[in-house]
Design a protein around this ligand. Structure first.
Ligand code: SAH
Ligand code: SF4
Length: 386
């Protein structure tokens, strides 16, 4: 519902729209018509929906609006990556990033303004939490990417083939809205993306992973970042609540619930001198011995107010080699779009912390908010190579 108490059709899944039309005494198939207009043709004006009668359109206008967040900034990187900043209802600004590669286009989508989980290596976490994004604000990122890249043009190929929920925020702490938005991403009458190409990345909210299979069969990436509980708890506070063994168990259950054979991606951000020793690689190989997965190594992306450093190329390749020799499929994320500071997991937008936790960072973030698009920090996009 919007502030005016109206439904926002742009943020409703097929099921919810069908329910709405039924409530209005209309045929439920109207839902599919509206979805196609909004998400396949990019039309937000009810009056342009010509296969819906004028009478019904007028009736809809009494009850509903079609509203998406505004894009307030746009930046194009030399390597073709694009970063957009959208303004959400809480007044915060959140970022999304488009990464073109041979044969595919990946959109890194945000789910929250800020994040409450405070992982020590993450710029978003350092900002604290401001708000959950609504369904329209999440799916709006994909709508805008299509709008900006010609995806609503019948003659052109859809630019976004893959979605990674790796922008700002912890998707599983905004569960209902994220579920409804990914439902739209995968719905044939909306964006029709394959379940293998829509990936939820989570730091490990175990009870939410346990509920996941009731709602979706999207792919899963786990932010592990350490091979033992002691180290993981020291860099990811959530591990104190949901330790590694319980996390891996819940992921196992989710993967077993899927109708097809798929493995999760284990994300491991390599931080120099913290979790990048050879011994950590060996420990990780042992930990995941009976856990089918792919491993994605992400060299740490530095940001202001973090003393962590990115490991050298040779220590990244040593780490990789140990895992490969143990039989794992390992990828290392390449640096993209470093000229526009567009790294998932590093996205900062402009968020006012509601938790009042991170005063120092908030002050810095406020200073940076105005010049966020002139930043020359050497950041990497952390969403590709999944
Ligand atoms: N909250 C979710 C998704 C957003 S973060 C999660 O934690 O999984 C997306 C990915 O970027 C995560 O794997 C995260 O750990 C990683 N990341 C965060 N900060 C980073 C940094 N400074 N350098 C490299 N990767 C980072
Ligand atoms: Fe939140 Fe993910 Fe960043 Fe951790 S890594 S603070 S869970 S966005």
């Amino acid at each position: 519902m919007t502030e005016a108490g109206k439904h926002n059709l742009a943020g409703m899944s097929r099921q919810r729209l069908r329910e709405l039309f039924t409530e209005l005494g209309e045929k439920p198939f109207r839902a599919e018509q509206v979805l196609k207009w909004i998400h396949q043709r990019g039309v937000l004006d009810l009056d342009a929906m010509t296969d819906i009668s004028k009478v019904l359109r007028e009736k809809l206008k009494q009850q509903a609006v079609i509203s998406l967040p505004d894009i307030v900034e746009e930046q194009l990187s030399e390597d073709g990556c694009r970063k957009w900043l959208i303004e959400v209802t809480s007044g915060s600004r959140v970022e999304m990033v488009y990464i073109p590669e041979a044969g595919r286009g990946t959109l890194c989508v945000s789910s929250q303004a800020g994040c409450s989980l405070d992982c020590s290596f993450c710029a978003t976490g350092k900002q604290g939490f401001n708000s959950n994004l609504s369904v329209a604000e999440i799916i709006g990122q994909l709508w805008w990417a299509n709008q900006k890249l010609g995806g609503f043009d019948d003659k052109k190929e859809r630019p976004v083939s893959n979605i990674v929920m790796m922008g700002m925020g912890e998707p599983l702490l905004n569960f209902d809205n994220v579920m409804e938005a990914i439902d739209l991403m995968m719905d044939d009458v909306a964006y029709g993306l394959s379940k293998r190409k829509v990936t939820i990345s989570t730091s490990g909210v175990v009870p939410a992973i346990d509920r996941l299979s009731d709602y979706t069969d999207a792919s899963l990436a786990i932010s592990l970042h350490a091979p033992n509980d002691e180290l993981r708890s020291s860099i990811m506070p959530i591990n104190r609540k949901y330790p590694i063994a319980s996390l891996l168990d819940s992921v196992r259950r989710y993967m077993a619930s899927l109708p097809d054979k798929r493995v999760p991606v284990i994300e491991y951000t390599l931080i120099a001198g913290v979790n990048d020793h050879r011994q950590h690689a060996r420990e990780l190989a042992a930990l995941l011995q009976d856990f089918p997965c792919k491993i994605n190594l992400i060299p740490f992306n530095p940001f202001s107010l973090s003393d962590y450093r990115r490991p050298s190329g040779s220590s990244v390749s040593n780490f990789r080699q140990i895992l490969q020799q143990a039989g794992y499929t390992v990828t290392v994320r390449t640096t993209r779009a470093d000229d526009i500071a567009a790294a998932c997991g590093q996205l900062v937008g402009a968020v006012e912390d509601q938790t009042r936790r991170s005063g120092r960072y908030r002050q810095k973030a406020a200073e940076q908010a105005g010049k966020i698009f002139d930043s020359t920090d050497n950041l990497a996009v952390a969403a590709d190579r999944l």
